[in-house]
Ligand binder design. Structure first.
Ligand code: 6GU
Length: 277
């Protein structure tokens, strides 16, 4: 996967050279470049912002540098629509047979970033992240880009950051670990929180007793069926307690009789219509 990140604080993205993301880059799974937006300015002050039309506090990112950045990183041929007419056949070097470049714009007004979106992004050929600062990027940049490629404004959650850079670190970490060959053990993807709409059970390692706290006996029993059942119930109870929204979104057929019994026993209300027949 190719990824371009554009920011006025490229140093903010230095962690992308570390740890497993750095390893994915070294292994060639992730071809990532970070660009300084100011490289696409032409005045001596390398200006990227101006006052907002209509008034109000703060500054808005001017469209011109962003337009040039996106022209450079997503050349028009990249996303050329295919007409089927021989006269319009794309040049041999065109990417028209491949999925297009996709533009992601992090910001608190975006759609919520989820594990499902991470899976979707992990299938893309080329992502561009446009990191806004100040009050945001002139909306015409996004409008114009949308005539050439899919554009998604994306938010991490219901709070406000200074800019998109930290969000890019988060999103790229969630996406990179889903790329083929990055995680040694593919099973760890299948068993983690959010893989099946539930939170995962707590985990333990040695020693069996630590500061007077014991590892739950079932995990040391060797009873694989019992362990799977215990983990399922712990995941259900955690989800009910911490993320009732996730439990409510679970299709009723995902809960069997034992699930419902465990939830009711712990004091969580499960409406009769949510119980599988
Ligand atoms: Cl993606 N960007 C900014 N600036 N603030 C946020 C956010 C993103 N997600 C939540 N808050």
């Amino acid at each position: 996967m190719r990824v371009d990140v554009v920011s006025i604080f490229p140093e903010y993205l230095a962690p992308l050279g570390l740890s497993l993301i750095g390893k994915a880059r070294a292994a060639g799974v992730l071809d990532l470049a970070v660009h300084d937006l100011r490289g696409w300015t032409h005045d001596v002050h390398r200006t990227v912002d101006d006052t907002p039309y209509g008034g109000g506090p703060g500054m808005v990112m001017r469209p011109e540098p962003w337009g040039e950045a996106l022209d450079a990183l997503a050349p028009a041929a990249d996303n050329a629509p295919r007409t089927g007419s021989p006269a319009d056949e794309p040049p041999a070097t065109s990417w028209a047979d491949e999925p297009p470049t996709r533009l992601l714009v992090p910001g608190p007004a975006g759609v919520r970033f989820t594990q499902a979106m991470a899976h979707e992004l992990a299938t893309e050929r080329h992502l561009i992240f446009a990191c806004g600062r100040y009050e945001g990027i002139d909306q015409r940049v996004l409008e114009h880009a949308a005539t050439r490629m899919p554009v998604t404004e994306v938010s991490l959650g219901d709070y406000v950051l200074f800019g998109g850079e930290v969000a890019v670190l988060v999103i790229l970490e969630a996406v990179t670990r889903l790329l083929p060959g990055v995680l040694g053990n593919a099973g760890s993807l299948n068993e983690e929180s959010h893989a099946h709409g539930l939170l995962e059970a707590p985990v333990y390692t040695k020693p069996p007793t630590w500061r007077g706290h014991d590892v739950p006996q079932i995990l040391r029993s060797g009873d694989h069926g019992g362990i799977a059942r215990w983990r399922r119930e712990q995941g259900l109870l955690r989800t009910a307690a911490r993320r009732p929204d996730m439990l409510a979104a679970l299709p009723p057929e995902e809960l069997d009789r034992r699930d419902v019994a465990a939830l009711r026993e712990a004091g969580f209300l499960v409406p009769p219509e949510d119980v599988a027949k």
